[in-house]
Design a binder for this molecule. Structure first.
Ligand code: NDP
Length: 451
């Protein structure tokens, strides 16, 4: 029998790779995990975690504004971006240590450097070569910026977490998760913010009512949202700012241009093409339902496979893979009712089908909606509203979609996802006694279907 250096060699120490490494190593599997940058990958270093810390910072603005209505005199708050970034960096470093300790404790070998596959069982990192029975690629994704004149002037979400100073003005290109989250955060931190979205709505894939509601709320807060507009070219001006030429003939001058136009799978430079690992036209690694590529000893999961690009999905896939390889369990992850959140203002949470998808799938559905001003805003004077929406299949009474825009929507929606996975009907929601006074209770008081 061939003797390999490792049973499992993992390339990429992001959310999926680290989960697989910890789970496998702690049950005695000989695991190595290679990472060229920092432990924790996008989520810890360039995504979820630092993003949420910035979102928290931004929320204070509304809290300061709201405080007066509740009797507080706050004075003139000032904000120090370098201080926030320094603290954020410290916390991310703390997480690196947590991740390292956990990997070491589970018994995985951490190998620092860029890995390249040499054959179906061999990986090179720097000058060293390692053999493994199985190789798992969990290298995630990377911001995509289209080819436009002046591309060298733009930044992406990767750079935003390390800006030395906040710009006074920013143009954000794109209308997806990253664009709306950064737009809300930067606007709250005092940056004059413009979104340039080539389509006619924000947040493709979300429920249409939520998309319209968000656009109206963002515009109401003073964010300039330009629809059906794309950037033609960007030039640096003599005054050291940027002239942005738009496809509709418009022009803008700004201090910073950020592109949030999607992410591409991190699959190049790994030796995959030479090995014949099948990729799709975006470079995503093609896998079967067991996360196995067309080369049986090579596996892939998470964003590099470009399916549901969310941290908890990569973690769920890593758990399923390790359980199937080493514990004879079913490798299938049930993606049904995977909730999704966007940490813009107002927050968005969503689970299940949009109204449009539900109408395609079921002949008869009922729509319940509630729009209201949260109790806190009666005294705060803030005018941010909340939208809640529930989609119910007539006949079976099953709740198949819940969508919310409003404070704490992501916190609320996860509980809704549990109920929906358990098969909750509208009658179950109706018979649940509410929790008063909360916004979430509105979901059990939705009585009148829309005409
Ligand atoms: P998204 O795919 O969400 O949005 C991309 C946006 O860019 C869309 O508005 C799209 O327009 C536009 N776009 C795409 N290509 C071009 C182009 N060539 N020129 C101009 N505009 C273009 O990508 P993001 O970058 O916002 O986020 C990437 C992924 O990261 C998300 O899909 C999500 O999975 C993950 N993420 C999740 C978060 C969360 O869970 N809270 C937070 C942040 C990221 P159009 O709609 O017309 O296609």
């Amino acid at each position: 029998m061939t003797q390999y250096d490792y049973d499992l060699f993992i390339v990429g120490a992001g959310s999926g790779g680290v989960r697989a490494a910890n789970m496998a190593a702690s049950q005695g599997i000989r695991v190595a995990i290679a990472e060229e940058r920092h432990l924790g990958g996008t989520c810890v270093n360039l995504g979820c975690v630092p993003k949420k810390l910035l979102v928290y910072a931004a929320q204070f603005k509304a809290e300061f504004e709201a405080a007066a209505g509740f009797g507080w005199t706050v004075g003139m708050p000032t904000f120090d971006w370098p201080h926030l970034i320094a603290n954020k960096n410290k916390d991310v470093e703390r997480l690196h240590t947590v991740y390292r300790n956990k990997l070491e404790k589970s018994g995985a070998s951490i190998i620092t450097g860029r890995a390249k596959l040499l054959d179906a069982h061999t990986v090179a990192v720097g000058t060293r070569q390692y053999s493994a029975e199985r190789i798992l690629i969990a290298t995630g994704g990377w911001p995509f910026v289209p080819e436009i004149p002046g591309k060298q002037h733009v930044v992406t979400s990767n750079d935003m977490f390390f800006l030395e100073q906040l710009p006074k003005r920013i143009v954000i290109v794109g209308g997806g998760y990253i664009a709306v989250e950064f737009a809300s955060t930067l606007h709250s931190l005092g940056v004059d913010t413009t979104i340039c979205q080539r389509g006619d709505k924000l947040l493709e894939g979300f429920d249409e009512d939520i998309r319209d509601f968000l656009a109206a709320e963002m515009a109401g807060k003073g964010i300039s949202v330009l629809f059906n507009t794309d950037v033609e070219a960007i030039e640096r001006t003599a005054g050291d700012d940027f002239a942005v030429r738009l496809t509709d003939g418009g022009k803008m001058t700004t201090d910073l241009v950020m592109y949030a136009t999607g992410r591409t799978p991190n699959s190049s430079g790994l030796g995959l093409e030479a090995l014949g690992v099948a990729l799709d036209d975006k470079g995503a690694i093609k896998v079967n339902s067991c996360y196995q590529t067309n080369i049986p000893s090579i596996y892939a999961l998470g964003d590099v496979t470009d399916r549901l690009n969310l941290t908890p999905v990569a973690i769920a896939e890593a758990e399923a893979l390790v359980n199937s390889l080493y514990n004879h369990q079913d490798p299938a992850v049930d993606y049904d009712m995977t909730p999704s959140a966007v940490f813009c203002r107002p927050n968005i949470g969503s689970v299940g089908l949009t109204e449009a998808r539900a109408r395609e799938k079921y002949p008869d559905i009922d729509i319940y909606q509630s729009r209201f001003i949260p109790l806190k805003n009666t005294l705060s004077g803030l005018d941010e509203k909340t939208l809640m929406k529930m989609i119910v299949v007539r006949g079976t009474d099953r709740v198949v979609g819940i969508h919310m825009a409003g404070v704490d929507a992501p916190e609320i929606i996860l509980g809704m996802a549990v109920a929906m996975r358990a098969g909750a009907t509208k009658a179950v929601f109706d018979s649940t006694v509410g929790l008063h006074p909360t916004a979430a209770e509105e979901f059990v008081y939705l009585r009148e279907a829309q005409a």
